[in-house]
Ligand binder design. Structure first.
Ligand SMILES: [Zn+2]
Length: 225
């Protein structure tokens, strides 16, 4: 009843096409949800993302739910998630990631570590979208999230696209590990919203392996093509 009233007075619009959502739809309309280009990676270990990353650092598995392309709806979706002032959209997509993982019947890693934002960026944006994705994943899988396992040291202006300037910065200096968190011997699932060059994931992996983790899995909401 309250939900229906809320919907009547504050109808939500689709993150992608901006059409008013039906009461049963959440965050994205069914039409746009089914039109998102799914990767199908969870059913193939040696998928394109795994092949892109596995020769750069030791990797157990790599997954992405959607292909990200500047000309398809996934760009509007990512933008809607990233710049919305509240984390509930991202969290819901994180639960989709968790659901897909569950359906693939993979074993669950010990902990989820979201790719961290620089402190200043997180203040500007209000929250870390990768952390919200990880929380959504945890909601359906009961996995535990460690949002403070890594810190980002370098602030990048929002004009710079991911990966560009970082090529000139040694990867070890971008992220540091939290000395108060013990990940030794653990299997870790690193969560991101979009993987483009893979340089962010590579830099995080160096900090995680410095913590003597047992194995690394990577899972992103989307992968740029
Ligand atoms: Zn839509």
């Amino acid at each position: 009843m309250i939900q229906s009233l809320l919907h009547a007075f504050f109808p939500e619009v689709c993150l992608v096409c901006k059409r008013l959502l039906y009461e049963k739809e959440k965050h994205i309309c069914l039409h746009c949800l089914y039109a998102l280009p799914r990767t199908g990676f969870l059913h193939r270990k040696e998928n394109e993302l795994f092949m892109k990353l596995a020769n750069r650092f030791p990797l157990e598995s790599a997954q992405a739910l959607f292909f990200f392309n500047k000309n398809n709806n996934s760009q509007k979706l990512l933008h809607g998630i990233k710049y919305h002032p509240k984390p509930h959209h991202a969290k819901w997509f994180g639960s989709l990631m968790g659901q897909a993982w569950k359906e693939s019947e993979r074993t669950f890693p010990d902990v989820l570590v979201p790719v961290p934002l620089h402190e200043k960026r997180q203040r500007e944006r209000g929250y870390n979208q990768s952390e919200a994705l990880a929380n959504g994943f945890a909601d359906v899988t009961q996995a535990s999230v460690l949002p403070d396992a890594l810190y980002r040291n370098i602030y990048r202006s929002s004009q710079t696209s991911k990966g560009k300037n970082e090529r000139w910065i040694s990867a070890e200096s971008i992220y540091t590990q939290n000395k108060n968190i013990d990940l030794k011997g653990k299997s870790v699932l690193l969560i991101d919203d979009v993987i483009t060059t893979g340089s962010t994931i590579e830099a995080c992996s160096q900090a995680l392996f410095a913590m003597e983790i047992k194995e690394l899995h990577v899972y992103s909401l989307s992968m740029a093509v």
